[in-house]
Design a protein around this ligand. Structure first.
Ligand SMILES: [Zn+2]
Length: 308
């Protein structure tokens, strides 16, 4: 303990001596500067009085240069500091992004959606009120026993789904599969005519309202052969009450396992532009359908997710 005390005392004395040394020298330096400054000012006054302005001009120039140098150094210093601050902020933000579990989960979801899209882009074709079917769109047809056509790529999954539906005690009726543009035009015109006569709507209003349930020709998924309207056996009209139909309810709950989505779900009319249609199923493949089902996404929202 004594040794430590001695060492501390020694260091303390040395620091004090250093302070004294610096103080003495600063004091004498300052005194010297003051003397030089006084002499300089006197000289300056003398020269100016004698109408010799050269020293005054040099002095002014020297002061300006001095100020400029100080400002420049200050700027350089503060700029470097700002850059450093900026860098630190960016680093912190990146850290937050990678550490926030919600953001991390979202990024993973986007990556997964992109992979799914790359693997199934043809089956994921987006057809809605603002995305018409491409001109010359064609696909391999498969005609079902009931006479309806579908896209052949969906056949195996459809058969498996309908067999499972039957096995669960539900009989089904395939109301509509592929429709060509002529058939779609006919359905649309029929709906418009009905709305005009039954509800007294103008042609324009009737068309707008019809488009909420029957798509305009060129804008219907049924023209791709990837959409199917399926109900139970007793169903007469296609309306929301079908949601409680046992067959439709079973299909709504299980279709994703066979690559189908409920294309126009309840509560998503603002996004799809179409009223709730529990009977309308759209084939997108098992991978995409499962992803959309698990994340509660419509096809429109899926496209939003991948930034398309
Ligand atoms: Zn449909």
């Amino acid at each position: 303990m004594d040794k430590v005390k001695e060492v501390l005392q020694f260091i303390g004395l040395k620091i004090m001596a250093l302070g004294q040394f610096l103080w003495t020298h600063l004091k004498s330096g300052f005194k010297k500067f003051r003397r030089w400054f006084k002499r300089y000012v006197r000289k300056l006054i003398r020269h100016t009085k004698a109408k010799d302005y050269s020293l005054l001009i040099y002095t002014i120039i020297a002061i300006i240069v001095f100020i400029l140098v100080i400002v420049l150094l200050g700027k350089l210093f503060s700029h470097g500091k700002k850059n450093k601050d900026k860098k630190t902020t960016t680093e912190t933000t990146t850290e937050i992004i990678t550490e926030d579990p919600a953001v991390e989960a979202h990024n993973q979801m986007v990556a997964q959606a992109n992979t799914i899209y790359q693997n199934n882009s043809e089956l994921l074709v987006l057809i809605n009120g603002s995305h018409p079917i491409a001109e010359g769109y064609s696909f391999e047809h498969y005609t079902l026993n009931c006479g309806e056509d579908i896209d052949a790529r969906s056949h195996t999954d459809l058969v498996n789904m309908l067999e499972a539906c039957n096995a669960a005690g539900n009989e089904y009726n395939i109301v509509s599969g592929y429709r060509d543009q002529t058939k779609q035009q006919q359905d649309f015109d029929d709906t418009v005519a009905a709305l005009m006569s039954q509800e007294g709507l103008s042609q324009e209003d009737a068309e707008a309202k019809a488009a909420m349930s029957v798509q305009r020709p060129g804008y219907s998924e049924h023209e791709t052969g990837l959409a199917l309207d399926i109900t139970g056996l007793g169903a007469v009209t296609l309306d929301e009450s079908l949601a409680s139909d046992a067959t439709v309810a079973w299909l709504d709950n299980n279709c994703y396992m066979y690559g189908y989505i409920v294309r126009y779900p309840q509560g998503k009319t603002d996004i799809t532009g179409v009223n709730y249609e529990p009977w309308h199923f759209r084939y997108v493949g098992v991978e995409a359908a499962t992803f959309m089902h698990d994340n509660n996404l419509t096809l429109e929202e899926f496209y939003q997710l991948i930034g398309m």
